[in-house]
Ligand binder design. Sequence first.
Ligand SMILES: CC(C)(COP(=O)(O)OP(=O)(O)OC[C@H]1O[C@@H](n2cnc3c(N)ncnc32)[C@H](O)[C@@H]1OP(=O)(O)O)[C@@H](O)C(=O)NCCC(=O)NCCS
Length: 390
Amino acid sequence: MQETKDIGLRGIPVADTKTCAVDGEKGRLTYRGYDIDELARYSTFEETVYLLLYETLPTRKELEIFKETLSSERQLPVGIIRHLKKRKKTAHPMDVLQSVIPMLADFDAGARVGTKGAQIKTSIGLVAKMATLVAYWDRIRKNLDIKKPDETLGHAANFLYMLNGDVPDEETAGDFDTCLVLQAEHSFNASTFAARVVASTRAHMHACVGAALGALSGELHGGANTQVMNMLFEIDNINRVEKWVNAKLDAGKMIMGMGHAVYKTMDPRARILYGISEKLAERTGNIKWFKLSRKIDSVVRAEFKKRKGKEIYPNVDFYSPSVYYVMGIDPDLFTAIFAVSRISGWCAHIIEEKFAEAQPKPALYRPEAEYIGRYCGNEGCKYVPIEKRE
Ligand SMILES: CC(C)(COP(=O)(O)OP(=O)(O)OC[C@H]1O[C@@H](n2cnc3c(N)ncnc32)[C@H](O)[C@@H]1OP(=O)(O)O)[C@@H](O)C(=O)NCCC(=O)NCCS
């Protein structure tokens, strides 16, 4: 047996991809060849989604048409809204997404059409509706009236409008848009891999996305951002950081939002989010959460080096909570917001899994496991009837 079985397939290539590259040593991330720094600075979420789905940057005209299509797809079917209104108000947003996204297949005539064009159309619908679903659920669970999508607003601004009920100022909408760009895609992370495993069975796109959402919800993956905010609440005061961090590390606990399975240097997304968090804190005057995050970051890094003799860095989930919270977003929505963005990367990967031109074509995923269970010799274990098992 290879020595890889206990380490979650770290460093084992399982497929070819043209969607995204992550260089963990250099701290570099590219979507379809374009550096994340440039995309964050110059692109918009809509343009990034186009790039991921169509494999190229759009012309101005193509982008205009794409934005119109995306915004025309925002509204949820009445049947889905009715379902949301009947749901238990305490349902976690990630559970709502994971159960409702497959229901959208009921309303998508193209869901089971096996052409790339149909799958791209379905993807656009999912990107548009994921945002609406998150915003609608948040308002429905709070007994607030839902805010219908505003076609005059871009994806980021419209999401904040549907969520908070007010059109955000341009800078806030721009910052949120950049957050969406940063989280859109990250190669074979756990949720994307889950989506691709399901896609390899030729299940439809909604089923693949349902699997991805389940994987994203865990605290070692997308769920980390909510845990980071819980950590900020728990520490609360900058003077308590050192004691808190040391107690956690002494107890062998993980510090959420720190460390990464691939990056062995600074996660480029965390660097950009640090800047957004700082800028937003200064603009709004609400600097507590940024300052607290920065202090935890520096204490964890110093302690980690002292204890293990190696570096640890913040990941994408470390500085996004202080951004979202200051934007008025509830912490238990943070992972769902990750999904509002990452749906674009998942769809691009599902399409790649199903329609790759590369040879050999992707096959049904079927790894092996080494059996270490009960063994009763070559004959196998003798079945004992239930009445004789005392
Ligand atoms: C993401 C994560 C699962 C990667 O784990 P990994 O692949 O094992 O990371 P590494 O191999 O670099 O870990 C090296 C060492 O650092 C420790 N470590 C890694 N992240 C840590 C963290 N956040 N807090 C404390 N210790 C950590 C590991 O336990 C390991 O210790 P060891 O050498 O004694 O076994 C891990 O960093 C983690 O759980 N982080 C917190 C959750 C999180 O933020 N998830 C979102 C990721 S985008």
